[in-house]
Design a protein around this ligand. Structure first.
Ligand code: HEM
Length: 414
């Protein structure tokens, strides 16, 4: 069996944290291999990238997410009892709950709610000297997500909830004092959601029919017992938080409209460019750098023996920037998505494979719809982009322009 190359260094934790989005692909290039072994946090890990690696990682039940992420990331992004921690039939049963909420009607409704809350925020933005777009869109999306999910939140609590949800996303890639603060905030959000589920079950709150709150509160485990209220709270947050996280893609879309301004006109001339533009935003800009898994049962692939409990990392960002799959990957070119056949293993910003069967993100169509609606709303606004630091550090997970994209002189189009 040919040996898999080993990356230089006894332990690569510090380079991993420093290089973040480019850690895996740099070493793949250097070693001339799509797989290599190393140590991170003193633990042996196999890193891989590319379409074939994505297929192995996502097809079948080879990998579990249990024990595959640092505790802080796990607690901020998914937490115990969530769909991500389940495997096999139990996972598919819970996943069906998420997929049932992603109907074309449900997605059209959330895009309409985004527009409603965006237009509601616009008069405030026009009265401000400057609007910092990342948190401003985070606030709009918090309202959108709660409305869509049927989660009632008193107006006075909205800013706090928005701060809590945004902190979970911002701190997930770090271990620093802010991370502990975000964890404490998360506990508060979990309590709020647990009480809400208990209120629904006790008949004190009636959720809108067909809403996410109704579906989660009424969900039953495969053995017919109701989902525990802690797990229900975690799953509700698993619907709210990622909707708010779409603010990062929306500011990347705004940045693309600013830096590739010819696309404003092309989008105005032909609406058919909207989806290719959104897809290129999701490919080009950095969001989830990678996903981790642990081998469930031993298997062999590419001449390598994967033993049970082996830790494996799949490079999402590197696969989306693999020049064999995406020629000139560092060019922003929506044209590449014009007649794209939709391969589920080459373009993987939200995971790969079949979302019904594996851990691929259930919210991908929703994400595309939200970014698309936001692009239309941005095109319908006038604003200036004053001088600021728009650079994006690929060492910082999750990435964003350093300035968080500041707009000035915001006004609605005539
Ligand atoms: C902001 C854009 C988003 C990004 C970058 C993103 C990214 C991802 C990725 C990479 C995974 C796969 C993790 C794995 O393989 O273990 C995932 C899973 C997941 N995402 Fe998303 N996501 C986004 C939006 C959404 C939305 C809008 C929702 C729901 C409203 C959502 C809910 C979930 C859930 C529940 C899972 C776990 C699925 C499972 O384990 O089967 N995400 N997401």
């Amino acid at each position: 069996m040919p040996a898999i190359p080993h990356a230089a260094g006894i332990d690569n934790t510090i380079p991993f944290l420093r290089e973040a989005y480019t850690f895996v692909s740099r070493r793949c290039e250097r070693l001339g291999s799509d797989l290599f072994t190393t140590r991170i946090m003193l633990t042996p890990v196999l890193c891989m990238r590319g379409a074939e690696a994505a297929r192995v990682f996502y097809d079948g039940d080879r990998f579990t997410r249990q024990g595959a992420m640092p505790q802080t990331v796990l607690r901020l992004l998914q937490d115990k009892g969530s769909v991500q921690g389940l495997d096999g039939a139990a996972h598919r049963h819970r996943k069906a709950l998420f997929m049932s909420l992603m109907s074309p009607d449900g997605i059209a409704r959330i895009a309409g709610l985004l527009e409603h809350h965006w237009r509601e925020a616009l008069p405030r933005w026009t009265s401000m000297a400057e609007v910092r777009l990342l948190p401003a869109i985070g606030d709009v999306l918090t309202r959108t997500a709660c409305d869509w999910a049927g989660v009632p939140v008193p107006e006075r609590d909205m800013p706090t909830l928005s701060r809590e949800l945004q902190a979970m996303i911002r701190e997930a890639g770090h271990v620093r004092p802010g991370t502990l603060y975000a964890l404490a905030l998360r506990r508060r959000t979990e309590r709020r959601m647990r009480w809400l589920v208990e209120d629904v079950r006790a008949g004190r709150v009636t959720p809108p029919e067909g809403s996410a709150l109704a579906a989660v509160a009424r969900h039953r485990e495969p053995d017919g017992t109701p989902l525990g209220s802690n797990a229900a709270a975690v799953e509700l947050i698993n619907l709210l938080r990622p909707v708010v996280a779409v603010n990062r893609f929306i500011i990347f879309a705004a940045l693309a409209l600013h830096q590739h301004s010819e696309w404003r006109q092309r989008l105005a001339d032909d609406e058919a460019w909207l989806e290719p533009f959104v897809q290129e935003v999701r490919r080009f800009y950095p969001f989830f750098p990678l996903v981790g898994g642990r081998v469930r049962r031993g298997f062999e692939w590419a001449g390598h023996r994967f033993a049970a409990r082996d830790w494996v990392i799949l490079d999402l960002y590197g696969t989306n920037h693999d020049s064999r799959l995406w020629p000139e990957p560092e060019q922003f070119r929506p044209e590449r998505f014009k007649d794209w056949p939709g391969d589920p293993y080459t373009f993987i910003p939200q995971g790969a494979g079949d979302p019904m069967a594996g851990h691929r993100c259930p919210g991908e169509r929703m994400t595309i719809a939200l970014i698309g609606r936001a692009v239309r709303l941005l095109r319908g606004m006038h604003y200036d982009v004053p001088p600021q630091d728009l650079s994006i550090s690929l060492s910082n997970m999750p990435a964003a322009p350093r300035s968080q994209l500041v707009l000035s002189r915001v006004r609605a189009a005539a």
